[in-house]
Design a protein around this ligand. Sequence first.
Ligand code: FES
Length: 61
Amino acid sequence: MYVCLCYQVTDRDIYRAVEEEGITSLAQLAEKMSVGRCCGCCAEYAERLIAQANGSRLQKV
Ligand code: FES
């Protein structure tokens, strides 16, 4: 599912960025994929996904 329509970033892309690159904040995600840098509509949801993905990553360790 698309999270950021402006930059065509999906929830899977965000989960992968957390898993493979250790993304922990919206600022880091924006740096990598520009999420939230255009209209900003996606920022809140993207932040929630990052937190959620980091939670599940920590549980796997
Ligand atoms: S939907 Fe992500 S910046 Fe517009």
